[in-house]
Design a protein around this ligand. Structure first.
Ligand code: S3P
Length: 165
């Protein structure tokens, strides 16, 4: 059975540097819903920056914690959830997200994505290009809605909100 709309989570997925966290904040303002940023929850749990954790413990240890936190977060309803770009690598994560609400893919073209030297997998343009090629189909098939995210962050937030209502 479908969840009642007010109980559904509104979930944002997409590439690193596509604006997920900022758009989620904006949607939390528009909707008055609580905001959950999975990456932020992970940092609170591990106690060090994600980059340092990747270097010390490796990606698979990170993915394990990411999946644990996602499982906890999706037990709650009525939230705006920003995910890390790699959440779609494990289909069990996608299944939980889809079960708990609606998943919006913020589709921003490769040349418009922000690189960030402090992030382990999106520090350079070349790294982003490789990720993009590996992930684009995953994002497309994981989402309920694909949202054009090539304009301003404000426009994308408004478009998500319009579709939600
Ligand atoms: C990752 C994206 C990051 C963070 C981690 C891994 C990825 O989140 O979860 O560095 O695999 O794409 P952002 O999408 O917020 O950068």
């Amino acid at each position: 059975a479908d969840l009642a709309r007010e109980k559904m989570n509104l979930v944002l997925i997409g590439m690193p540097g596509c604006g997920k966290s900022t758009i989620a904040r904006k949607l939390a303002e528009l909707s008055g819903r609580p905001l959950v940023d999975i990456d932020q929850r992970i940092v609170e749990r591990i106690g060090i920056p994600i980059r340092a954790f990747f270097d010390q413990e490796g990606e698979s240890a990170f993915r394990q914690i990411e999946a644990e936190i996602l499982a906890e977060v999706t037990l709650q309803s009525g939230q705006i959830i920003a995910t890390g770009g790699g959440i779609v690598k494990d289909w069990e994560n996608v299944r939980r997200l889809r079960q708990s609400g609606k998943v919006y893919f913020l589709d921003r073209s490769l040349d418009q994505l922000e690189t960030d030297p402090s992030r382990p997998l999106s520090s350079s343009r070349e790294a982003l290009r490789q990720l993009y090629d590996q992930r684009i189909e995953l994002y497309r098939s994981a989402c309920d809605q694909q949202i054009d995210n090539n304009g301003s962050i404000e426009q994308t937030a408004q478009e998500c909100w319009r579709r939600w209502q």
